[in-house]
Design a protein around this ligand. Sequence first.
Ligand code: TMP
Length: 260
Amino acid sequence: MKKGKKLYEGKAKIIYATSDKNLVIQYFKDDATAFNNQKKSTIEGKGVLNNRISEHILSNLSQIGIKNHLVKRLNMREQVIKLVEIIPIEFIVRNVASGSITKRLGIEDGTVLKEPLVEYCLKNDELGDPLIAEEHIYAFEWASKKEIEKVKKMILRINDFMIGMFRGVGIKLIDFKLEFGRIKNNGRSEVILADEISPDTCRLWDSITDKKLDKDRFRKDLGDLIPAYTEVAKRLGILHEQSNVSAVNVTKLSSIKRKK
Ligand code: TMP
């Protein structure tokens, strides 16, 4: 498959065209941002780990019937995905209160929610991805009622699956962010899961110690982000127990692959 021109560059990923108009290449960068781009850094090896972790989760979701954009991983930093028309909403799923909800509503960090809570944010960096109500989605026609009903059902299945998957490896799924997009299927529009699912887009705490194994290590200057993401990958069985993925190692591996 031939890699074409850059179509879009986001904060953590780049999208390239391919020779097939329905497929694009998603490249995982090492850039990390937080608080709507106010805090920025480059963390060597992060993109490689997110590529692998997201591939693992999305292919598992595919096996339980959650349609998503992943076609296949190409190399250490790239995957072929279906080109979707992204729905401009970030769907935040919370099982335990942490992050913005604790500040916004004064809820104590770590409060376990009785039911998963789904929040909607408008995907607009200039406005700082503001929280919106479901009614805003219909009022401004960002998605139809039918699409949101379908998305909500998918979200609950994804959450159930991911809670179980992480629980099995000693990790609590605190919250995460999902994005969905439209593809044409036999001329009809269909909504599928898109973007990535990784420690950049989830809060993951060790089940016993509550140690943070996600991007909060960067947001809160806790350090050791690569060892934490590596720990997640190892526990999920993506990396061998004995493999010592230092930032240098992953970067070396990815550049070897890219030179091909
Ligand atoms: P929040 O507590 O900052 O609202 O974040 C909730 C979850 O969503 C957390 O796991 C991080 C993830 N998230 C993203 O992946 N991208 C974003 O732009 C934001 C704001 C949150």
